[in-house]
Design a protein around this ligand. Structure first.
Ligand SMILES: NC(=O)c1ccc[n+]([C@@H]2O[C@H](COP(=O)([O-])OP(=O)(O)OC[C@H]3O[C@@H](n4cnc5c(N)ncnc54)[C@H](OP(=O)(O)O)[C@@H]3O)[C@@H](O)[C@H]2O)c1
Length: 240
């Protein structure tokens, strides 16, 4: 009997991570998620850990990597806190870099032995349209641009091992994180909406479709690529 392999998704219980998990599960695939809070409606295996804590994340990554054959990884969790250049604090800088970049590096390193042993792998990093430039979000923009650098470099290193690495860069997508950073009625939310050629926010499922393509067997000759799922915001002349 063929051994079941798993897709591992950080931040799998809500928003974009949840949409990716649901779509994979609908297709009959086995999913492991990580989040801080339990969610009885989650249909895969959900591990609980606060990934902003270096000790907790090293423990949970080790536990998952030792217990399950993982051949697909989605580095989905991210974090932003709006701050103008003059107000960026060292603490905020570190948290944004850790949750968008360090986490992706550590988790990819943790599951790499499993992918190498299975002789195949798919890594998808979730960046953001903000990497093209966004007011009051320079650290986030830099971290997400850094994920594209990781994507291209890992793609080159891992191509000979049949492991692909790609990136999906969403534009404004209506999720808990989006609503927290861009409250309804705020000027920032309005200017964002005005800059989206499609004149609406995206749905997490619209991002999940692109991620699931990169995770699929059919995407085996596609690596190092970034696709924007942003209603045209990445080609708009208006800035957030
Ligand atoms: N939404 C957008 O408009 C947008 C646009 C561009 C890019 N993105 C990127 O897309 C990704 C997903 O964003 P989202 O909007 O879907 O977020 P979200 O709706 O806020 O969901 C975040 C998920 O991550 C978990 N999580 C958050 N912090 C965690 C932590 N410290 N440790 C463990 N789990 C944690 C949450 O569960 P718990 O709360 O239970 O921990 C939840 O499952 C991020 O990388 C974000 O930067 C989003």
């Amino acid at each position: 009997m063929e051994q079941t392999s798993y897709a591992l998704i950080t931040g799998a219980s809500k928003g974009i991570g949840r949409a990716i998990s649901d779509l994979l599960i609908e297709q009959g695939q086995s999913v492991i998620g990580i989040a801080r809070n339990p969610d009885p409606t989650f249909k895969g295996k959900l591990f609980l850990a606060d990934l902003s804590d270096a000790t907790s994340r090293s423990q949970v990554f080790k536990e998952i990597a030792q217990s399950f054959p993982i051949d697909r990884l989605v580095n989905n969790i991210g974090f932003n806190q709006l701050q103008g250049l003059a107000d960026i604090t060292a603490q905020n800088y570190q948290k944004i870099i850790d949750l968008n970049l360090t986490l992706a590096l550590e988790l990819t390193q943790a599951v790499l032995p499993s992918m190498l042993a299975l002789g195949q792998g798919r890594v998808v990093n979730i960046a953001s349209r903000s990497m093209l430039g966004r007011k009051n979000s320079s650290v986030y923009a830099a971290a997400k641009a850094g994920l594209v650098g990781f994507t291209k470099s890992w793609a080159i290193e891992l191509a000979p091992s049949s492991i692909t690495v790609n990136c999906v860069a969403p534009g404004p997508i209506e999720t808990e994180m989006f609503n927290r950073n861009n409250p309804i009625g705020s000027p920032g939310r309005k200017s964002m909406m005005d800059s989206i050629p499609m004149n609406r926010l995206g749905d997490p499922r619209e991002v999940a479709s692109a991620v699931v393509y990169f995770l699929s067997k059919g995407a085996s000759f596609t690596t190092g690529q970034t696709i924007f799922v942003c209603g045209g915001a990445s080609i708009s002349q208006q800035h957030f």
